[in-house]
Design a protein around this ligand. Structure first.
Ligand code: HEC
Length: 187
């Protein structure tokens, strides 16, 4: 699947939308292509009775990119996994809390992304997985073994949502084989 880097994609969309608009201006009509309709809000303008006139420029809505939020979530999830794998439920709960805060920011900043109901999917797909991990990690003396299954549930939720939003090619793993951080995750 063709999936260019999000920033570049945004720029391309903008420039192609304004190119369309320019072409339409020259012809005295409002563009009605998918690109113009879907990616940029085009102010409706009716041609004046006397013939074509200058049209107002389209008001473009800046698109908040989801990928940087996800990148930060990935980092938190990796540390969450390393903490759980080390049987450090106190640290795991810290990263669990930070992950939920990150989800909250995503729901506020990017409730919808390119037609995908991101905020809704987070509530339906991600939150229940975190509830299960929260419960397991809050239990007195929780071990790595106790946390393994609920942690896998969290990772599975990431990937289920990627599939649901046509990004199944982004596959998250626990990544607990080696610790790439300059941080000790042991309790
Ligand atoms: C609401 C559904 C949803 C959930 C839940 C979700 N993601 Fe994503 N994720 C997406 C979408 C959609 C994109 C593609 C964003 C884009 O096109 O810019 C994405 C992109 C990504 C990327 C690519 C960006 C990068 O920096 O490489 C990563 C990594 C990622 N997600 C990690 C995660 C992790 C880790 C979790 C679970 C803790 C998770 N995601 C949960 C929908 C979701």
């Amino acid at each position: 699947m063709n999936h260019p880097r999000a920033g570049v994609k945004g720029m391309l969309l903008l420039s192609s939308a304004s190119a369309l608009m320019l072409a339409a201006l020259l012809q005295g009509e409002v563009p009605d292509s998918d690109a113009a309709k879907g990616k940029a809000k085009v102010t409706e303008a009716k041609p004046a009775a006397g013939g074509p006139e200058l049209q107002p420029l389209p008001a473009t809505e800046p698109l908040v990119e989801l990928a940087p939020f996800m990148g930060e979530l990935q980092r938190l999830t990796h540390k969450l996994a390393l903490s759980a794998d080390a049987g450090n439920s106190e640290l795991a709960r810290f990263y669990l809390y930070e992950s939920l805060e990150q989800f909250k920011s995503i729901q506020e900043e990017v409730p919808e992304y390119r037609g995908q109901p991101v905020a809704l999917l987070i509530d339906r797909m991600a939150k229940p997985a975190y509830d299960a991990l929260e419960k397991a990690s809050s239990k007195e003396g929780a071990t790595a073994e106790d946390l393994r299954q609920p942690l896998n549930g969290v990772i599975a939720a990431c990937n289920q949502c990627h599939v649901a939003t046509q990004h199944g090619f982004i596959k998250i793993t626990a990544g607990t084989g080696t610790n790439p951080f300059n941080q000790d995750f042991k309790p």
